[in-house]
Write a protein that binds this ligand. Structure first.
Ligand SMILES: NC(=O)c1ccc[n+]([C@@H]2O[C@H](COP(=O)([O-])OP(=O)(O)OC[C@H]3O[C@@H](n4cnc5c(N)ncnc54)[C@H](O)[C@@H]3O)[C@@H](O)[C@H]2O)c1
Length: 447
């Protein structure tokens, strides 16, 4: 059923009565939870992905996004009920659907150049199945202006914008909390090409999101919301990192200072650490930097530089700790704990461990690695040897805040290692406990 022209209450009714077909392009960490939530509210949902294994798994009722609590059940139940299926055929899905949601990766390369090929590929496919009254929604995080750059591609269908609707409704969530966030942790932001599309899209998101919808005056404004949220985090983490390094120089514990400062409501100092990774926070600043023409986004660029320099700082802390223990870095045995970019998620994009391992090796250290979510092959890809014990280790360098690392038995580890040095890049080890067991303990912001 086409939604343009319906008011939000009519949209909600049609949705729950199973009269709407939605195609979600990209069945990854964000797309599958969204598709399952749509289906669970009554829509007929077609998940589209280029990865055949992902499509086959979904059609068997299996969830492949293991980090997402509750998703196993939501996928199984809705596939069994016939409300959720998947395909690799994006044109066929567009022909069936009344609403098409684009949720494929939006990335940059190492130098910050935008890589939006998958978004344009999906738009091409949608254009071959687009019908009057359909609505195309981008949910992937977009450099502001990108959603509207799809108009010429979508108009290859022979329709004009207005015959079909276009909207941006960014995912405001994280891997591991997608279902919670989609269904009501934060309000949904929506910008659309006109009032009619905005009204219909508002109906969809009001239905699935208890925190309701914030309508924006334009698609571009909605895109900027999500990008700015990420930049806010990056810049503020960079500030925390800068002040943490200043604290190291001045014999202060940054966390003690930050925690006290943050009791004042205008101060929100973030957590300093070994670096900023993932597909989001280190990527979105480039969306603004690369699209700036007259403005020079100096602060955003500097923040990126500071955060990218943190792995090097962790190496410096490691050298310092080893020196205190009377060992040179060359030929020391370093165990890096954590290959993923953050705790609890098997995701490697811009993980701090990578540059840390590379630099330690350049200086002649023997580098080992362990991560509870990874395999020896993952360690090998990072250039380190897999190691599950602490025997003969000279320094432990923590680069991801996995739960298991918060529970390290330092008393036992102290007996196994050769030198007692802990460099805590994620604030997971209790400094007093480490000292009690004879460790030299260094944390970003406290040495
Ligand atoms: N992961 C997060 O925490 C998070 C949070 C908020 C926003 N986002 C944004 O959501 C978007 C998707 O991220 P994700 O984490 O789900 O990515 P992901 O890598 O987990 O999944 C992307 C999926 O898209 C598929 N895909 C790639 N190209 C395709 C194409 N041309 N056609 C169909 N399918 C294609 C891939 O096979 C994969 O299954 C990105 O824009 C990201 O910035 C991610």
């Amino acid at each position: 059923m086409k939604l343009i022209g319906l008011n939000r209450e009519e949209v909600k009714r049609a949705f729950t009565e199973g009269l709407i077909t939605i195609a979600v392009y990209g069945m990854g960490k964000m797309g599958l939870p969204l598709a399952a939530v749509f289906a669970d509210h009554g829509a007929n949902v077609i998940g589209v992905d280029i990865n055949e294994r992902v499509v086959e798994a979904i059609n068997r009722g299996e969830n492949h996004v293991k980090e997402e609590p509750g998703l196993d059940e939501l996928v199984r139940k809705n596939v069994e009920a016939g409300r959720l299926k998947a395909t690799t055929d994006g044109v066929w899905a567009a022909k069936q659907a009344d609403v098409m949601v684009i949720l494929v990766p939006t990335l940059t390369d190492e130098r910050g150049n935008l890589k939006l090929e998958s978004v344009y590929d999906v738009a091409e496919k949608i254009s071959q199945g687009l019908e009057r009254g359909d609505i195309v929604i981008t949910e992937a995080t977009m450099p502001p202006g990108t959603t509207e750059s799809l108009i010429p591609i979508l108009e290859k269908s022979g329709l004009k914008l207005g015959d079909f609707g276009l909207a941006h409704a960014p995912e405001r969530t994280m891997t591991g909390t997608a279902i919670r966030d989609i269904t009501g942790q934060y309000p949904k932001i929506v910008g659309a090409n006109n009032e009619k599309t905005l009204e219909a899209v508002t109906g969809i998101y009001e239905l699935i999101n208890r925190k309701s919808v914030i309508p924006m005056s334009s698609i571009k404004a909605a895109e900027a919301v999500k990008v700015f949220e990420g930049i806010y985090r990056d810049v503020n983490i960079a500030l925390a990192n800068e002040l943490a390094m200043w604290c190291e120089e001045h014999g202060l514990d940054a966390l003690e200072v930050f925690q006290a400062a943050n009791t004042q409501p205008y101060c929100h100092l973030h957590m300093p650490g070994a670096g900023v990774g993932g597909h989001c926070i280190p990527v979105y600043p480039w969306f603004v930097i690369n699209l700036a023409k007259k403005t020079n986004p100096r602060l955003t660029k500097t923040a990126r530089e500071i955060n990218d320099s943190m792995p090097h700082h962790v190496v410096e802390l490691t050298v310092k700790g080893l020196n205190e223990a009377g060992r040179p870095l060359k030929e020391s045995n370093i165990l890096v704990l954590g290959l993923t970019f953050r705790g609890g998620v098997r995701e490697f994009m811009k993980a701090a461990a990578k540059p840390i391992i590379e630099e330690l090796k350049e200086w002649g250290a023997n580098v080992y690695a362990y991560d509870p979510l990874c395999t020896p092959e993952d360690a090998e890809r990072f250039g380190a040897e897999w190691k599950e014990d602490f025997k003969d280790v000279d320094a432990i360098v923590i680069t991801a805040d996995h739960r298991e690392f918060k529970e390290l038995n330092l008393e036992r580890i102290a007996e196994e290692v050769r030198s007692r040095v802990v460099v805590d890049g994620r604030n997971v080890v209790d400094a007093e406990k480490a000292k009690k067991h004879g460790f030299i303990y260094l944390r970003v912001g406290k040495i």
